[in-house]
Design a protein around this ligand. Sequence first.
Ligand code: ASP
Length: 353
Amino acid sequence: MKPVLLLIAMVLGLAGPAAAESAKTVKPRWAIVIHGGAGVIERDSMDAATEAAYREAMAAALAEGQRVLETGGSALDAVEATIKLMEDNPLFNAGRGAVFTAEGRNELDSSIMNGATLKAGAVAGATRTRHPISLARAVMEKSPHVMLTGAGADAFALTSGLEQVDPAFFFTERRWSGLEKELNARKLPIPTRPINAPSPGSNISAGPLIDDHKFGTVGVVALDSNGDIAAGTSTGGTTAKRWGRVGDSPIIGAGTYADNKSCAVSATGTGEYFIRLTVARTICARVQYKGETLQGAADAVIQQQLTALGGDGGIIALTADGQLAWSFNTPGMYRARAAEGQAPVISIYKDEP
Ligand code: ASP
């Protein structure tokens, strides 16, 4: 409603304070929300340098997404560019810095979805593409399929023109010690170090160690100046995964979903629960068919359904009309958001905004 009409309507008693309030809320031209994994991330177990490193990494990723969106880039471009940066940062369990399988390999899962077209692409168990999110996008744009796995995904990657690397590129000492610890706890044999892995102690990209288990999956949702939304997620999965295990991250509707008509979601947490609850799509369906607010839908699925099932983790989300949300049932989640006209927020612990 135009301000002058609103004023007349208010004088005539046709529009109350709520209408005045919504007239004030301007939809941002662009917005972005990112996560870097959820879990038992607590102040007591975090030293100042490690915390600063994570906040810096989140800020750099947010700034990259913001740059793309402010210069008129698409939501899809912002999702890909931001995740690529996080995949290159060994702090996160995605791309370089991914966790290892029980056999001592890095098997990378990723997915991306375009909310304007409902097109989607995903890879599971990719081992040679530097940026798995770009491979997921290539599946979406250059193949007739939605999801490719294992050796097939690697073979398709060779035709995609994307940068291919030796699997040892993804190796970090930090994740290798995490694997050893997990295998010892589960009384499973320790595999030999990957061929071409740096010798013990020489890997300078190790980064600080908070936890060795499953934190650090990355995800981004974005809204662009065209009014389109997109979502993407990238991960190494869970430490010491076996038997070709695939989590929720590359599964459209579980770890990732985007539809301009409802919302865009990226999830992180114990993937098995997110698959069983089709978390990302369920949140969007509640928004679309029940008319719930984004935050209401996210909380219903994460705080109630996921918690009741015994799952742990969280999500980030946004809508085409500019609602931004996150929800998690763990002590922390690396998360950040920015939108046109709003101050950026970077948070880790539960008690932060
Ligand atoms: N959801 C990921 C998986 O289950 C892991 C994570 O987000 O921490 O593979």
